[in-house]
Design a binder for this molecule. Structure first.
Ligand SMILES: Cc1cc2nc3c(=O)[nH]c(=O)nc-3n(C[C@H](O)[C@H](O)[C@H](O)COP(=O)(O)OP(=O)(O)OC[C@H]3O[C@@H](n4cnc5c(N)ncnc54)[C@H](O)[C@@H]3O)c2cc1C
Length: 466
């Protein structure tokens, strides 16, 4: 008998799952229908800032695989412009609206995968629908920003939100030749990092010529006589602008699931087990809309990260295809950059560790990204969050020049393997002058942290300059 799999959401998690399930089961065993309310499957939202910046020439460059390819090569019935509007978990049906014709239809499923992603958290002000105010979530958003730049030749942009999307869009606007003001209600950009690193980022952003205004919430949007945005208002006054980019974060898009009685957890994501199953029979969830386990805090979390969405989609697809896969949880490892400043984090920050009931120490060092005598070495700061007493690594954060950011992967690997800072000190990492000092900054950070706590296993580790 042919089973019916319906997938809601045709991007990273949904299409990974559909492809993986199809690899395991042919059309005579599994019929797969994907509902995608947009016009594209498998698109790289992560690439939007670089496309808007002009670094990626074509919208199509951001599409990994088009709907036709899924249809022709994998016999996956992808229905674009189709929105799931309700789920009945007793009847095992999904109500669907064809956004092109307006027709309503009902699909039956044996298994349902919810992969509806995340939605923007919009600041609580009027006027966000004013022409010239843009979100950055879909390829359509990117196209609208590019169209506005082509048609109106803007000179000034206000970016609202100093998280990673805000920073990436601030860079994009600068690369397009606009003057940029970046506002954030918090006292630092990148609030997921410790204040010490937030201050470094703030200084660097200002040096880049961006007018960074912290503790500056958006309080309104003003339109000009032609209806196009003219200014944003803040408690400190009005900022005249030609474009506004909203980058104020996202949250799991879990309303459809919640309305159907599918449990949503404290993080706002759909509750899943390590197979990506929800507690409701036959219903699965993966990607930004799903809640998962943090490997360090052991608490439920939701992260909007493409890395996690692709992996969870694959695990869901393995299990839906009759195989066996387990999702082992996350560390929340993330990296971004603004011009030459690279920013990364993994694991727990101080607030998160304390919220998990852990007692922590913080240790940070600043070192060169390359040997001090090699050209173009720049500074990088590594901050480690360590459990007091045990010396267990709980988290790491990095801010620095070229080559700094991806070093977070060493810390993520250490965290994944529950290492202590002493173990990290001894790790055999590669060295040559163009790549790092002989003691890589990550090792120096671990050595300093171990030393601070009187646990300096690295003190006899050899010369520190070559
Ligand atoms: C500008 C930007 C930059 C980013 N950069 C990075 C990065 O550098 N690194 C990183 O790891 N992550 C990054 N991300 C996050 C990453 O893009 C997401 O984590 C990833 O796309 C999540 O995949 P998903 O399949 O869970 O959800 P989505 O990609 O959001 O896909 C969900 C899909 O479901 C569809 N949908 C929703 N509701 C319905 C419905 N009711 N019916 C039918 N269809 C529906 C939506 O149209 C959407 O296409 C970035 C995101 C953005 C927006």
């Amino acid at each position: 008998m042919v089973r019916d799999l319906v997938v809601i959401g045709g991007d990273a998690a949904g299409m990974s799952a559909a492809s993986q399930a199809r690899r395991l089961l042919g059309v005579d065993e599994l019929a797969i229908t994907v509902l995608e309310r947009g016009d594209t499957t498998s698109y790289a939202a992560c690439g939007i800032p670089y496309w808007v910046a002009g670094l990626v020439p074509h919208r199509s460059d951001l599409v990994a695989r088009r709907a036709e390819v899924f249809r022709d090569k994998q016999q996956i019935d992808v229905r674009l412009h189709h929105e799931a509007t309700a789920i009945d978990t007793d009847a095992r049906t999904v109500s669907v609206r064809d956004l092109t014709s307006g027709a309503e239809l009902t699909l039956s499923y044996d298994d349902l995968l919810i992969a509806t992603g995340a939605q923007q958290v919009r600041p609580p002000v009027d006027g966000l629908d004013t022409p010239g105010v843009f979100g950055v979530q879909t390829l359509g958003d990117g196209q609208r920003i590019l169209d506005a730049m082509a048609q109106r030749s803007p000179r000034h942009a206000v970016v609202v939100g100093g998280g990673y999307i805000g920073l990436e869009m601030a860079e994009a606007m600068q690369l397009q030749g606009l003057d940029v003001t970046l506002i954030d209600l918090a006292p630092q950009p990148m609030t997921t990092l410790e204040p010490e690193l937030g201050a470094l980022i703030a200084d660097a952003i200002r040096t880049m010529g961006i007018d960074l205004r912290l503790e500056t919430p958006l309080s309104g949007i003003e339109a000009g006589a032609d209806g196009w945005v003219r200014a944003v208002t803040t408690p400190g006054g009005e900022i005249a602008t030609d474009l506004v980019i909203i980058g104020t974060g996202v949250r799991p898009r879990s309303e459809l699931a919640a309305a159907a009685g599918i449990p949503v957890g404290p993080s706002g994501g759909i509750v899943t087990d390590d197979h990506q199953r929800t507690p409701v029979d036959g219903v699965w969830a993966a990607g930004d809309c799903a809640e998962t386990l943090h490997r360090v805090s052991q608490l439920p979390v939701s992260f909007a990260l493409g890395t996690i969405a692709n992996k969870q989609g694959r695990i869901a697809g393995l299990n839906l295809g009759g195989g066996e896969g387990r999702f082992p949880g996350v560390l929340g490892t993330a990296v971004t950059k603004i011009h030459d400043l690279e920013i990364a984090r993994t694991g727990l920050g101080v607030r998160e560790a304390e919220a998990a009931g852990l007692s922590v120490e913080v240790s940070s060092i600043t070192a060169g990204t390359r040997a001090h005598y090699y050209p173009q070495s720049s500074e990088m700061t590594v901050l480690l969050v360590i459990e007091s007493g045990s010396g267990r690594l709980l988290g790491g954060q990095i801010v620095g020049g070229l080559g700094a950011g991806k070093r977070i992967d060493v810390l993520a690997t250490a965290l994944w393997n529950r290492m202590q800072v002493e173990d990290l000190v001894q790790m055999d990492l590669a060295y040559a002058p163009p790549f790092s000092p002989v003691w890589d900054p990550v090792l120096t950070a671990a050595r300093s942290a171990a030393g601070n706590a009187g646990r300096d296993a690295g003190k006899d580790a050899g010369p520190n300059a070559r």
